[in-house]
Design a protein around this ligand. Structure first.
Ligand code: SF4
Length: 384
């Protein structure tokens, strides 16, 4: 096995519109010069990283790449191909490599989709959010349900290895019936993977101003969110999906291998604005400021910790906690090493076991189905 990380995250921050609930590092930059300046900086960062760390290409083996954003699909096939070629000039790609791109409806036509496939993209994650036009309008994502159907047709024509719908539930004024309709449509469209996250209201966003009060009458409260989650899990499980992580369901062999890297607490490379990487027991984050990022990487440089916004050595104790936090979100659970056992609150563990929330023996621990919606609470308790 390669001594180096086997996954790479690439951040492409440009979007068609800025959604009012979004606090990601993303911009509605239409100026092609700025976009190409950014892509040059990204290429420089990639090369600087591999050269600074003296990473021997022949000792690498990359199994997953994930293009996130932003809206990576607003870029051309050629731009995406150039990034992939740059990565290939420093690393060896596994024959079975998974290369995912986040793609938004309304940003792709058939030619572009073919170009992405030729460039190497073999998995698409579609920013669907909901199949209800009224709710979609409220999210102001700059696409329609019609656009979503159109992209689905194109994906089927081009025949990608796998694809996914990204959904949001708990949208303002969303009812259980609305969610059920969206799920029925998503299942009917045949995507083998579905991610569904509850809407999170972030401060410093327009939604943060509107929904300052988390008890706002338009927002679903804990009980309604729990019902929505139950509906999601029941519907998907009854339709050949398996929940392999708290918010992710997949049909056999369609799990997102890239995200499993994060949830298994493995290390990974990460490049681009605000990208967070994990390498040689250090977690580090690039700046969120576009101009600053482009200034730093305007040329090839020798990378040092001061180029990052944060650069933190993860101590063994923290590593263990991260492992517990992340792996317990997975259906597969976690191997109970003596060090992990020591970190867990035995009294709480016994309690949750007696209440049928988790399964544990001497070697292994995993949450049971009914624990998933409250997993954050249970995990925090186990670490207390
Ligand atoms: S498309 Fe995604 S990244 Fe872009 S603004 Fe909307 S939520 Fe944020």
């Amino acid at each position: 096995m390669s001594q180096y990380p086997q996954s790479i995250y690439i951040h492409l921050p440009f979007c068609k519109t800025k959604c009012p609930y979004c606090d990601f590092a993303s911009f509605t930059e239409k100026n092609k010069d700025i976009q190409s300046q950014y892509l040059d900086a990204l290429a420089n960062e990639i090369t600087s990283f591999f050269q600074t760390h003296k990473i021997d290409k022949d000792e690498t083996l990359i199994k997953t790449i994930f293009f996130g954003g932003g809206t990576p699909s607003i870029h051309s096939g050629e731009e995406i191909a150039n990034i992939i070629k740059r990565l290939q000039s420093h690393t060896i790609f596994d024959n079975e490599i998974e290369i995912t791109m986040e793609a938004n409806p309304g940003t792709i036509n058939l030619d572009k989709l073919y170009e992405f496939k030729v460039a190497g993209i073999n998995r698409l994650s579609i920013g669907t959010q909901t199949f209800n036009q009224k709710l979609l309008d409220k999210l102001a994502r700059g696409h329609t349900v019609e656009d979503t159907f159109e992209i689905i047709e194109l994906i089927k024509k081009v025949n990608f290895k796998s694809w996914s719908f990204d959904l949001i539930y708990g949208l303002p004024k969303q009812t259980l019936e609305d969610l059920e309709d969206t799920l029925d449509l998503a299942i009917k469209q045949g995507s083998p993977h579905i991610s569904a996250y509850a809407l999170s209201i972030e401060t410093n966003t327009p939604f943060g101003d509107i929904y300052k009060n988390s008890y706002h009458p338009e927002l679903a409260q804990e009980t309604e969110l729990a019902e929505m989650y139950k509906l999601l899990d029941e519907k998907l499980t009854n339709n050949n999906f398996e929940r392999y992580e708290v918010s992710n369901w997949a049909q056999t062999k369609h799990e997102c291998k890239h995200n499993l890297t994060y949830w298994r607490a493995e290390e990974y490379f990460a490049f681009g604005l605000s990208a967070h990487g994990y390498f040689k027991s250090h977690r580090f984050a690039n700046t969120r400021e576009l101009q600053k990022y482009m200034d730093i990487y305007s040329d090839k440089i020798t990378l040092s910790s001061d180029k990052y916004d944060t650069y933190t050595k993860i101590k063994e104790a923290e590593q263990l906690e991260e492992e517990i936090l992340l792996k317990l979100r997975l259906k597969e659970g976690l191997y109970l090493s003596p060090q992990i056992k020591e970190k867990l609150n035995q009294e709480k563990l016994n309690y949750y076991q007696s209440q049928d929330y988790l399964e544990a023996n001497n070697k292994h621990i995993k949450l049971k189905d009914k624990a998933f919606f409250v997993s954050n609470h249970i995990i925090a308790d186990l670490l207390s």
